[in-house]
Design a protein around this ligand. Structure first.
Ligand code: HEM
Ligand code: HEM
Length: 283
């Protein structure tokens, strides 16, 4: 891998910053706020920031860069898909529980729901994330989508994934600001009490975490090499039976397989086309 040392430095920094963010969110709710419980009180609301920062920010961030870890490049693409999908599913479950905690707290205290920009953007992010997860499973994990559809959807998958991730960070910042303005009364937020300083630092760390992940995910030379997919797109005769190509793509492309068999030259050209489009490692 090009720039291996730099990649490791980015990875270590993002893990550290993400981990410290989770710890700070816990310190915030356990030390400065009411703690954690599930009884409709403010302590139930506190699950909202903790689970969002753990799941929707930290775990989602790791899920995004998991294909880029160079020591996983010898693992099968199918295994990496399971890890990527599993981490994203975990992130979504935590996000949903966290939003339920916020709604439950509001309902228990007769506080109106969905009035703020934070809640609108936040709910939109959760809905689009669920859609992304569903389409990811349907198109890239289940063996039914043809190779052409996978290649066509991959740039959209990557773009929407990164956009949702950035939106989640922005939503978290809005939520943090709201909570500090609501909760800090005496002394007020404007008087910069220690809680405000701690949570402002948490917000800064979330921005740094997001920037590190987005940087790592947007370096073309840190992308998982395309070897296995090149095999998939090669003429069938060149692909040994029972390889990863078979396990990730079985049944998916029976039509494609016969196309490829019947026209080796067309398959080779198709291969070059996918390569040119930068889609080699995206199946
Ligand atoms: C409320 C989503 C992060 C603080 C809400 C609501 C949603 C939501 C849907 C509406 C609940 C209701 O109307 O009953 C999200 C999402 C986040 C996120 C998707 C992930 C990025 C945070 C964070 C905090 C926070 C990190 C920091 C404490 C609040 C507060 C409310 C709230 C104070 C109640 C006031 C309001 O409705 O705006 N959130 N939230 N949120 N959230 Fe978040
Ligand atoms: C790649 C996001 C769910 C399959 C990516 C990338 C992002 C992303 C940002 C680009 C990574 C890179 O360039 O290294 C997401 C999000 C998801 C999600 C936010 C959930 C909401 C899924 C699911 C699957 C999947 C369920 C099914 C297995 C893939 C594949 C790649 C990919 C095959 C290409 C990896 C490569 O370039 O080698 N995803 N994804 N994704 N995702 Fe997802």
């Amino acid at each position: 891998m090009e720039d291996y040392g730099r990649f490791l430095a980015f990875l270590a920094s993002s893990l550290l910053v993400g981990f410290v963010s989770v710890i700070l969110s816990l310190v915030w709710v356990l030390h400065y706020r009411e703690g954690l419980s599930w009884d409709g009180s403010a302590a139930e609301f506190n699950w909202h920031p903790v689970l969002i920062i753990t799941g929707f920010v930290f775990i989602q961030g790791i899920a995004i860069i998991v294909y880029r870890l160079p020591w996983t490049w010898k693992c099968s693409k199918l295994l990496m898909k399971f890890i990527h999908a599993g981490l994203n599913t975990t992130a979504m479950i935590l996000a949903i529980v966290s939003v339920v905690a916020a709604f439950d707290f509001h309902n228990a205290g007769n506080i109106p729901n969905m009035y703020s920009l934070h809640s609108w953007i936040g709910l939109a992010a959760v809905i689009f994330y669920s859609l992304q997860l569903f389409l990811g499973f349907a198109v890239f994990l289940l063996p039914f989508a043809p190779v052409r559809l996978r290649a066509a959807l991959m740039p959209i998958h990557v773009y929407s994934g990164l956009t949702i991730f950035a939106t989640v960070i922005a939503t978290a910042l809005m939520g943090i600001t709201e909570k500090l303005i609501f909760a800090l009364k005496n002394p007020a937020y404007s008087e910069s009490p220690p809680e405000a300083i701690l949570v402002n630092c948490l917000g800064l760390l979330l921005v740094i975490f997001g920037s590190l992940i987005l940087w790592m995910a947007s370096r073309p030379h840190w992308k998982r090499p395309p070897a296995e997919n090149a095999k998939i797109l090669n003429p069938i005769g060149a692909t040994p039976e029972g390889t990863e190509a078979e396990s990730t793509m079985t049944n998916s492309s029976n039509a494609d397989k016969s196309d490829l068999r019947s026209n080796t030259e067309a398959a080779r050209k198709q291969n070059i086309k996918f390569d040119e489009a930068g889609q080699r490692s995206t199946m």
